[in-house]
Design a binder for this molecule. Sequence first.
Ligand code: ZN
Length: 111
Amino acid sequence: MHELSLVNELVAECARRADGHPVAVVEVRCPAGTDADEIADAFAQLTAGGPLGGAVLRLQTVPQVLSCDCGFAGEVGPDHCAGHMVICPECARVHEAPDALELAAVELGES
Ligand SMILES: [Zn+2]
C-alpha cells in the first residue's frame, strides 16, 4: 500500500523529533484527495506498541497544488483530484499527485 510507505517515513521523522519522549499529538498536512482513513489506519498500524503508540493523529487537509505544462499553476480543487491523480483545470491533462505528507507538529506528552 502506497500510504503505508509515506506514513512509515512520517513515523520515523516523528520518532527522531521526539527523541525517546512519549508523543501525545502528531499533526500532519495532507493534500486534498488523500485518503485520510488510509493514512489514519497506516498510522495506527505502524505506531502500535511503539513510543508513538498513544499518539493522536491530526490530519489537516491542504489544497493540492499543481504546475502544468499548459501554463496553469495553482491550487486544484477536490473536484480535480482523484486518488493519486490530479487533473489540470485548464487543459484536463492528468498528472500524478505528488507525495506530500508534511509533518506539521509533534507534541510531546508528559513523561
Ligand atoms: Zn494543463
